[in-house]
Design a protein around this ligand. Structure first.
Ligand code: SF4
Length: 360
């Protein structure tokens, strides 16, 4: 069977269902924003809850997480933080798979989200009912899925990975002679394959935000900012990655912004990351990578429409009502936990290895 035959037909265009929500829910400002923020902080204390926010959510929510002992991070660290924090309730400001991951790792805790409709195009493009038969048709392959997948897809996987660890984990499996099924992001998969040389059978999903960055327009922008460094998330197309000075997960890009010597940085990922990037690299100029140009539709304009559903009002509502709780079927959860825990164990071993080398 050729690779093309093996990959199932997947609709490439997912139209986010959130445009109307964004239009109907303009963010509160001034005194109203301050009142809602104070109420959210009080409710977090009263409800023994901790706010775990992704870099891509609104700056106001990121600040609340920072100021109340929560965290702002990538999906790997969000999962780790929620697992280790003693609070009985975890409020996940992000998208649905992040809430599910928190529940997978913390079945005894209550996991709430500002919106249960906050999806992810990668998750939507890889439904379990199509993915499971695809895996069953290739029993000789180790199944590695990106964390941007449903609990049911994770339950069919051998390993879950995040973008911060994908290259290292696949390289490790490749050294063991394992052939791989990779899902769902085709761009990240191609990048991992190029970095590791692994034999990877690829699913055909894409992120609506990163898929929109365009190499031609980026080259043009570079001519206007010839000394700028280009920072790219590997969910972007290969031609965009090829122009990068640094490629990495959100946390790795923030670190690159801090350490690279260039004073101007062109950033190809969701623009809400600028809040943390500015703090990490004060005095540097951050420029959004272009989502326009030949072939672009600007369905996202560098901000995830589902992440945008995490509004201040929605966060207040979920804390007031206790509704919008994440539930995961226990059989699926237990299986998904195995694949997720393998990633956490691998990350832990890696960290120990690095620290061990550092000590030597
Ligand atoms: S930015 Fe892309 S990968 Fe992240 S949640 Fe949105 S659609 Fe999914």
């Amino acid at each position: 069977m050729s690779l093309a035959e093996a990959i199932p037909e997947i609709p490439n265009i997912i139209v986010p269902r959130t445009a109307g929500v964004i239009a109907l829910d303009p963010p509160p400002a001034g005194a109203e924003a301050a009142r809602i923020t104070a109420r959210i902080k009080a409710l977090l204390r009263e409800r023994d809850a901790v706010l775990v926010a992704h870099y891509y959510v609104d700056e106001a929510l990121q600040r609340i997480a920072e100021e109340t002992g929560g965290t702002v991070s990538d999906s790997l660290d969000m999962a780790r933080f929620g697992h280790e924090h003693p609070a009985r309730t975890i409020v996940v400001a992000g998208v649905r798979f992040m809430g599910e991951t928190a529940k997978i790792l913390n079945p005894e805790k209550r996991v709430l989200m500002p919106s249960l409709d906050a999806e992810c195009s990668l998750d939507l493009e890889c439904p379990a009912e199509r993915f499971i038969p695809f895996c069953d048709a290739h029993p000789d392959r180790t199944v590695v899925v990106y964390s941007n997948t449903s609990a049911a897809v994770k339950a069919r996987a051998d390993y879950v990975v995040t973008s911060s660890i994908a290259v290292k984990l696949v390289a490790h499996l490749h050294r063991q002679g394992k052939k791989i099924i990779w899902a769902p992001d085709k761009h990240l998969g191609a990048y991992v394959q190029e970095q590791t040389g692994a034999d990877m059978l690829m699913w055909n999903g894409a992120c609506v935000v990163h898929d929109e960055f365009r190499a031609q327009a980026l080259e043009l922008l570079k001519t206007q900012h010839p000394t700028a460094a280009v920072l790219v998330h590997p969910e972007s197309p290969a031609a965009v990655i090829a122009l990068a000075d640094a490629v990495g997960s959100t946390t790795q890009l923030i670190e690159a912004a801090r350490t690279l010597p260039q004073r101007e940085l062109i950033v190809a990922t969701d623009n809400r990351i600028f809040h943390k990037m500015r703090a990490a690299a004060p005095g540097k100029t951050l420029i959004e990578a272009p989502t326009g140009g030949h072939g672009a539709t600007c369905r996202s304009c560098a901000h995830c429409p589902w992440m945008a559903m995490n509004s201040l009002r929605a966060l207040l509502q979920v804390l007031e009502t206790g509704e919008r709780e994440i539930h995961v079927d226990e059989t699926i959860r237990a299986r998904a936990q195995l694949a997720t825990q393998r990633m956490l164990d691998f990350a832990h071993d890696l960290k120990r290895e690095v620290m061990g080398h550092g000590d030597a």
